[in-house]
Design a protein around this ligand. Sequence first.
Ligand code: ADP
Ligand code: MG
Length: 272
Amino acid sequence: MGGEYDIENIVSIIKVQNLRKVYRVGKEKVVALDNINIEIKKGEICCILGTSGSGKSTLLNLLAGLEKPTRGDIIINKSKINKLSEKKLAVFRQKYIGFVFQSYNLIPTLTAEENVALPLVFRRIGKRKRAKMSREMLGFVGLGDRVKHKPTQMSGGQQQRAGIARAFVSKPAVVFADEPTGNLDSKTTIEVMRLMVKMAKDHNLTLVIVTHDRDIAAYADRIIQLMDGNVIADFMPEHKIEDENIENTKSTEDTENKDNTESNEDLGEILI
Ligand code: ADP
Ligand code: MG
């Protein structure tokens, strides 16, 4: 045997080949990603670590099919997503991808239950079942008593738990999270990280988390470090936070309720 790595027969769910992204701003060229080659295994909890401007969000947006690369291929679940039409890509995202945003991106006019049920609309699941699944998920993330609350009636930590419920409710193959704890205090950060890791492990989902914070990276099975648009290290965390204690994820009440004025600049759409 030997020879070429056969994508049909490997467990990698994400494969990135010679990925490059160059932005043009006026006459300036910004090389956000230079040349990225990575593979992520099914069920892996993978952290993309790097300082601000290293290309983390760009990489995540490309992986989630929210932006097109300048060059290179992204293969998820055997689909070369950079070759899909916009329409097919939208369907692909609805089917296989969940996204957790730093700034939550809940729809302000909808209740927690309605927000979490939204991805299920695209799955053609009936209204009653959607509501049931949404409430179950909200219960799981410790928001069973907040189902009728709108985002402004919840703390930052609660909103992010609703965001996590929305990302996981349809059991997508991959969940991407861009600085999911960036607006949270340290106690809520731990709760949110434990919650995401537990959800991913329970359902054998692949989780890719972007962060600049090494403490967050300790929750991952694997850390891919970026600098100036290139991978500079790929390693396992030295002091991994194991998930044996990730049991009771229900919050002791959030004390924080940070002003969430951060814009949702990363993505111009509410991605499910
Ligand atoms: P990180 O998430 O690691 O902070 P980003 O991926 O957001 O980094 O950005 C990587 C680089 O690409 C930065 O230099 C940033 O200024 C640039 N960049 C990101 N998005 C755009 C854009 N839409 N237009 C122009 N430059 C961009
Ligand atoms: Mg970023």
